[in-house]
Design a protein around this ligand. Structure first.
Ligand SMILES: Cc1cc2nc3c(=O)[nH]c(=O)nc-3n(C[C@H](O)[C@H](O)[C@H](O)COP(=O)(O)O)c2cc1C
Length: 315
């Protein structure tokens, strides 16, 4: 959520387990404008959800790498960055810029990199349209990153890939096999959804008109509670698949989408998912608890574990 590398000290002091800047691209992007609206966004607070069609606004890999390199570390809050190939460039230039950017972040001292392959607000990213086969362009991009960056890393720097929450479950094993074969270190499910029709029922009546206006005029990505099930299902499937194969080294499964309350973290834990990211849920909780946002979450998880039947589940 901190596209240009702001906010690290704030979230680290609030108690976040990690920080993620970006998504950044090779050149500066202003983001989308349509119907006179700059970086369109609509919250649906009563539905615990939101729509955005920002279009990856950012000040570039090089500028954000500079900023991250200057950050003073706070204990137990590693710094990650999300990167993407520039949609406005030819594939050749976009990929070259992407891996040059990743090398800049390596030099800047970041602790992990997330390759964003799933922004619905720019052309060319991977989404729900593919159901049974991996997209050829995705494979080519991942192979390029593997050959040009992963194999040349000068230190232990995990690189994970973020896919859409609209990913068809049948693709999970194929994606994991590809990532493992190419030397990636993890997978994140995932990014926002464009399944407007399918999620429409989860928007409360009073917010329906806004939802329909936004999705019809801007499209964009849906976030929040309506992604809770898909993020859990996809990540659970990823964990189950990984437990049945012999992966060498570490491979991390990260859940993003609809994480907003203690029971979500407990459900992740039970499914073997040890890392969770949040965006919409963070703001919901921040609105209620301010800077105690993580303290409140951690306390509530402990309370839940002591009072609910889940407490007896092996962790
Ligand atoms: C306003 C907004 C901007 C976002 N920008 C990015 C981005 O730059 N890169 C990215 O990978 N995901 C981006 N996302 C997606 C979130 O990181 C997350 O994957 C998605 O919102 C689902 O999680 P949530 O339900 O916790 O919000 C954005 C989401 C929102 C709401």
């Amino acid at each position: 959520m901190f596209k240009n590398g702001d906010g690290y000290e704030l979230v680290a002091r609030q108690g976040a387990g990690a920080y993620l800047a970006g998504t950044t691209t090779g050149s500066v992007r202003l983001g989308n404008t349509k119907l006179g609206i700059f970086q369109p966004f609509a919250p649906y607070p009563r539905s615990h959800a939101a729509s955005n069609w920002l279009g990856l606004p950012n000040i570039s890999h090089a500028e954000v790498a500079k900023r991250l390199s200057l950050l003073e570390r706070i204990n137990n809050c590693p710094i990650g960055v999300s990167v993407s190939a520039s949609p406005q460039e030819s594939e050749h230039i976009a990929l070259e810029e992407l891996t040059t950017g990743m090398a800049l972040y390596e030099k800047a001292g970041v602790d992990f990199i997330e390759l964003n392959e799933s922004c619905p607000n720019i052309p060319g990213h991977f989404g729900e349209k593919c159901t049974t086969m991996l997209d050829e362009n995705l494979i080519r991009r991942c192979e390029y990153v593997s050959q040009t960056f992963l194999g040349k890393r000068k230190r232990r720097l995990p690189v994970i890939v973020k896919f859409s929450n609209d990913t068809h479950p049948s693709l999970v094993p194929l994606l994991i096999d590809m990532l493992l074969a190419l030397g990636f270190d993890g997978v994140n499910f995932g990014n926002t959804s464009t399944a407007y029709q399918a999620h429409s029922d989860q928007i409360v009546h009073s917010e329906k008109k806004l939802y329909e206006y936004f999705t019809k005029n801007f499209g964009g990505g849906l976030s929040g509670k309506l992604l809770k099930n898909s993020s859990l299902t996809l990540c659970k499937q990823a964990c189950e698949y990984l437990s049945g194969i012999e992966a060498k080294g570490e491979f991390h499964v990260i859940r993003t989408g609809g994480v907003e309350e203690p029971l979500d973290i407990i459900a992740s834990e039970r499914a073997g998912i040890s890392l969770n990211q949040w965006y919409t849920g963070y703001f919901e909780n921040f609105a209620q608890f301010g800077n105690s946002v993580y303290e409140k979450m951690y306390d509530s998880i402990l309370t839940e574990l002591h009072t609910s039947p889940l407490a007896n589940t092996p962790k």
